[in-house]
Ligand binder design. Sequence first.
Ligand code: SF4
Length: 248
Amino acid sequence: MEVGERLLEIYRQLLDAYGPQGWWPGETPFEVMVGAILAQNTSWRNVERALERLKTEGLLSPGALYTLPVEELTERLRPAGTYRVKAVRLRAFLDYLFRVHAGDPQRLAIGDLKTLRNELLAVPGIGPETADSILLYGAGQPTFVVDGYTARLLARLGLAQEKASYQALRALFMAHLPPDAAMFNEYHALIVRHGKERCRKRVPRCEGCPLLGGCAFAAAPCPGDPLAMRAGQRLCRASGDLSADGAQ
Ligand code: SF4
C-alpha cells in the first residue's frame, strides 16, 4: 500500500475507534496560541489554570498581555510551571505578533504557511512543535504537528525510523496527505489519544488495538532482539502463551 493510503487508513481506523477529539480547547485563536506556548513541558491542567487566571483578570488579549510589565506577566504564569521561561517566550511571541502582524492573530490565518512558519521558528523559544501548534490549532493553517506520540507510533507501525527527526516525520504527513487543516487537527489529536491510551511507551496495550493488523512492532516474533521481545510480549499475551519470552 502506498504511504499516503496507509496514513489515511490509519487516520480512519483511529477516528472510528476514538471518535472526534474536539481539539484545541480555547475560546479565541489567541488563547490557543498562548496555550501552545504555555503547554511546553507541563500538563494541560497547569496550562488551563494559567489561562483561567489571565482570563479572569481580563488579560487574555494581545494588547492587554503586551502592555503588561514582564514581572507581572511572569507572576501570572506561575500555575503553568517553568513560568519565568514561559513569560520570556510569550513576550517574545508578542513582540513578533506586534512587530510583524500589528498584534492581530488573525493574520496568521491568511498568510503564506511557509513564511509564517519560518517567522515563528525565528522567535526565541518557539520550536517546531510549538510553531506548528500555533499555526494549526490557533490559525487553522494546514501544517502537521509532530510529537513523541507520533514518533513512537510511526516507528512501531514501520513507517519511520525510531530516531527520525521532527522534520522527517512532519514531511511524511505533509508530502503524502492533502493539505487539510481539519484532518491534520483531528489526526494529531487522535495520535495523542492513542499514545496515551494504548500505544504507551513501556507497555503498549496491543490487544484490541485498532491498528494491530498493520503494526510491525506487534507482529514481531517473541524471540529475537529486545524490541521484538517487547512486541512479542503483546502477541504472546493475546494468545495466552506467556512463556515464550517470560512475559508476566
Ligand atoms: S498494536 Fe500495539 S504497538 Fe502497534 S499501534 Fe497498537 S498499541 Fe501500538
